[in-house]
Each structure stands twice: as structure tokens, then as C-alpha cells.
Design a protein around this ligand. Structure first.
Ligand code: G3P
Length: 228
């Protein structure tokens, strides 16, 4: 499983990148609004993120266009920001058509706001490079987000979509709307290719009370060695 950071905050991205396990970044309009992002700075901000993580790490930048042609035009402009930009498009009719067109142009697409197996299958067939099923938002309405992600992973894994994607790559599932380290565990056990996590969850993923306790006792014992 690879880890993406789900944020538009440059400090968080810088910090997570320095830890050595970051493979990409996902953003959305809400995350950009959260950091006080301005409309005329959007492309420049996405470029800053691309520069921090480097060319090997995909950075998802979301379109807010609502028609196929506007999404394609917006997506082509976003793709000019940097070679590692992935255009994020909502899973809807216009989004599927735009994904198909952008894939023809060699632009990778992350289909977002995906909540069901049929949506995911359509996204893969339209040529999405990534599909982002949401977990936490199911949990928000007292439904089982993990179960749905498991269904999507299993269904997508039943087929070969490489003839639909840019450069014949396999579509990858990004488990999104992750709210806890346990969500990450369960997604990894189900075989999600990627988890995109908020910085707070990434920090919790590193922690374990037995690690802290073990480190504490090692340090105390080493002090004894030094004083022996
Ligand atoms: O990547 C999508 C994700 O940001 C949505 O998360 O917590 O707003 O449901 P959340």
C-alpha cells in the first residue's frame, strides 16, 4: 500500500515528505478553502505542492467544472502545471465523459466521490488512472464505508482495465475519506493500492504505546550501561 497525504497545507506536505514514506498528495476544493486558498493562486499552489513532493509523486488537483467540455478544458490546463498532476473529477456522467477524453490526451484522472461498485466500474472503463472510494462519509450516515471499499476493491480486481487507462497502466484504488489508523489497517488488509490520509491520521499511524514504553525502557537501561 502506498500513502498519499490528503491536504493542501504546504507545511504538512513538507513534514510528511521528510518522513520518507509519502508517495503522493490529494487535494479538493474544501481542503484548498481550509488553508485560505485564493482563486487566482490555485495553479501556483498546486505547482508548489508538485515541487515539494517531486516528479515521482502524483498530485491530484480537482476541477470544479460541471460540464464535460469545461472539465476537459480545465483538466488540460491543470495538466500543464506539472507532469505529476492528476486531474480529479467527480464520478458523474459528465465526469466519465471528461475522463475518457482526458485519458485520450494522456492526462491521468482520479475519479473522486465514488461510493459504489457500479460507479467504480464505470470510472475504470472510462479510463480513470485512480478511483477514490470514500469511507468516512459512509460512516457519517451510519453505513459501512469499509465494506463498500472492500466490494469496490474486489470488483475492480476481477477485471483488466489496462486497455482503458493512460499508457496501459492498471487503475489503482485510493481509499479516501479516511478518519483513523484503523481505516488504513482495514483497507490494507482488503488490498487497497493507496490510502490518502489527513496529516493527523498519518501521525497516529506512526504511534503505538508499546513503542513508547519499549523505547523508554531501552533508554533507561542504556543509562545503566553508561554508568556501570
Ligand atoms: O480525498 C477525499 C477526502 O478528502 C474526503 O475526506 O474527511 O472530507 O470525507 P472527508
Amino acid at each position: 500500500m502506498k500513502f498519499f497525504l490528503d491536504t493542501a497545507d504546504l507545511d504538512e506536505i513538507q513534514e510528511a515528505a521528510s518522513w520518507g514514506a509519502l508517495a503522493g498528495v490529494t487535494t479538493n476544493p474544501s481542503l484548498y478553502a481550509k488553508i485560505g486558498g485564493k482563486l487566482d493562486d490555485f495553479h501556483a499552489h498546486m505547482k508548489r505542492i508538485c515541487d515539494i513532493v517531486g516528479p515521482e509523486c502524483p498530485v491530484s488537483a480537482e476541477t470544479v467544472a460541471m460540464t464535460r467540455d469545461e472539465m476537459v478544458a480545465d483538466g488540460l490546463k491543470l495538466a500543464e502545471i506539472a507532469p505529476n498532476i492528476v486531474v480529479k473529477i467527480p464520478t458523474m456522467v459528465e465526469g466519465l465523459a471528461a475522463t475518457k477524453e482526458l485519458a485520450k490526451h494522456g492526462v491521468p484522472v482520479n475519479m473522486t466521490l465514488c461510493f459504489s461498485v457500479p460507479q467504480a466500474l464505470l470510472a475504470a472503463r472510462a479510463g480513470a488512472r485512480y478511483i477514490s472510494p470514500f469511507i468516512g462519509r459512509f460512516d457519517d450516515i451510519s453505513q459501512d464505508g469499509l465494506a463498500e471499499v472492500g466490494n469496490i476493491i474486489a470488483a475492480i480486481g476481477n477485471y483488466d482495465f489496462s486497455d482503458s487507462t493512460v499508457n496501459g497502466e492498471q487503475v489503482e484504488i485510493i481509499a479516501a475519506s479516511i478518519r483513523s489508523a484503523n481505516h488504513v489497517t482495514q483497507c490494507a488488509l482488503m488490498g487497497a493500492d493507496i490510502a490518502t490520509v489527513p496529516f493527523g491520521v498519518l501521525k497516529k499511524m506512526v504511534q503505538h504505546p508499546l513503542t513508547d514504553r519499549g523505547l523508554d525502557s531501552f533508554m533507561k537501561d542504556w543509562e545503566k550501561v553508561q554508568n556501570a
